[in-house]
Design a protein around this ligand. Structure first.
Ligand code: FHN
Length: 465
């Protein structure tokens, strides 16, 4: 029988070919699979370390600023219903009249460093500026449209200026960009009263969007977050969203993109990188999910009054303790809190916003350890006296931060017993970390916090387990 002798060179060549064809695609995939995030070959775990800074940040500033700020929630002397950023729709404004608001958009009182300083005074760790809202007006000098800041009396580039100020002060920066565009001739659908005869070409609009987004990343290389909105029209499909996510991920692998690039806003639980909605975090709006959104990153965006853009007659400002408690509530559920300001057309930030933001910042300057870098409460049910956040393991102990909002009259703070033994407890504001007495009572651990000593939005007890 003829002995078949394998030629070792041929064998190694065959082996190399087989391995190359097997391994190469997965190597490319791990190099940055833009639709599902980066997978490390070893663990096949989604590598989302780009989220780490965002998870630690917990608190950001949202800035809604555009031509709607110049109308101030009014049209032809009458207050519009609803939110001012929807003036075009609420007032059914003829496009030719609405675009004249540019003449009033001066940003004359805008100082980028002062905006960043205010965010820092508030204890905020990132800023999201609306660069283009549904109205289509661009707050930067865009090569792709003349409906931008250059067509207003403002002689600056607001996106670039704020991005550079953020860089100077070590503040993370992101931009909001509306997929929906009530001005662009190729966007569909249009308002029923929009009588333009140009036949819209949605693919051309998508190409415009991609060019603008690339342009934004070029003029402001420190953009760390792209915050999409206006994803609800049928013209924008999930395929469009997943394609745009992949495109942007390929432009900047470290960028964070919210779930409104796709249709994920409704299906928060679908927010996974393996085949779910595209997007790195969920975006509950004007509400804090009662039980948080376990398993996904999320951020509640919230107004300080009832409207996103400046609305002259909306003075229904939330009290500072409400803002404070919302921040604590989000953190206790493992989420971020994106608090909005709506400057007027000249850049003035409506009082009492700065004052209230600084009040929040003063609390955070003393208690920030209980917010930044924390994760959700370990307790399955809500605590009736306040909230809890979990700190990072240090020297073998995990700090639970007990945010006491309703100080128990008895001075005894009861927490559900945990499997881990309570190793110690002290008031975060107590520089001496005076040990508090802790006793087990059945299924509870009771910490003696004594008489309410300070008037605070929340007093934090550190409970080491
Ligand atoms: O229509 C917008 C609204 O003006 C505002 O920008 C909010 C903020 O998330 N998003 C949309 C409403 O969901």
């Amino acid at each position: 029988m003829q002995q078949r002798i394998f030629n070792p060179k041929l064998l190694s060549l065959l082996l190399a070919l087989v391995l190359t064809n097997l391994l190469l695609p997965s190597l490319f995939l791990t190099a940055g699979d833009s639709t599902t995030g980066r997978h490390s070959v070893e663990s096949n775990k989604v590598d989302d370390s780009r989220m780490d800074w965002w998870r630690d940040a917990r608190f950001g500033m949202f800035i809604h600023w555009g031509l709607y700020s110049a109308s101030g929630g009014e049209w032809k002397g009458k207050q519009i219903k609803g939110i001012s950023s929807w003036t075009m729709k609420e007032a059914k404004t003829p496009l030719k009249e609405y675009i004249n608001l540019r003449k009033k958009f001066t940003a004359s009182k805008f100082n980028a460093d002062e905006y960043v300083k205010l965010a820092q005074d508030a204890g905020m760790k990132y800023i999201i500026l609306v660069s283009k809202h549904h109205e289509g007006f661009c707050l930067w000098k865009s090569k792709y449209t003349d409906y931008d800041i250059e067509s207003s009396p403002c002689n600056g580039d607001l996106v670039k200026e704020l991005a550079e100020a953020c860089k100077r002060h070590g503040m993370r920066f992101g931009v909001y960009y509306s997929i929906l565009d009530w001005h662009h001739p190729d966007y569909t659908p249009r308002f029923p009263w929009d009588r333009r005869t140009h036949k819209p070409d949605f693919d051309k609009y998508i190409s415009y969007m991609k060019k603008q987004l690339r342009e934004l990343l070029e003029i402001a290389p420190n953009i760390d977050i792209l915050w999409f909105d206006g994803e609800w029209d049928k013209s924008w499909t999930r395929k469009h969203g997943q394609d745009l996510y992949a495109y942007l991920r390929s432009l900047k692998p470290s960028i964070l993109i919210n779930n409104r690039v796709d249709k994920g806003r409704q299906g928060m639980e679908g927010l996974t990188r393996e085949g779910g909605y595209a997007g790195d975090f969920g975006t509950p709006e004007q509400q804090i999910p009662p039980a948080g959104l376990p398993g996904v990153d999320w951020e509640t965006c919230m107004t300080m009054n009832n409207t996103w853009g400046y609305k002259r007659q909306d003075s229904s400002w939330k009290p500072t303790n409400v803002l404070m408690h919302q921040l604590i509530d989000c953190a206790s559920k493992g989420g971020n809190y994106l608090l909005n300001i709506g400057p007027a057309a000249d850049g003035t930030i409506p009082p009492p916003c700065p004052q209230q933001l600084r009040q929040v910042g003063r609390w955070l300057s003393k208690n920030g350890e209980a917010i930044y870098g924390t994760s959700a409460s370990p307790f399955s049910k809500q605590l009736d006296w306040g909230r809890c956040t979990t700190g990072k393991l240090q020297d073998g102990l995990t700090p639970l931060y007990l945010h006491v909002i309703k100080w128990p009259a008895s001075g005894k703070l009861a927490i559900p017993a945990l499997s881990n033994v309570v190793r110690g407890a002290y008031l975060l504001a107590d520089k001496n970390k005076t040990e508090l007495e802790v006793k087990s009572q059945g299924k509870l651990s009771v910490i003696n916090i004594g008489e309410k000593s300070v008037k605070e939005y929340a007093s934090v007890v550190v409970c080491l387990i």
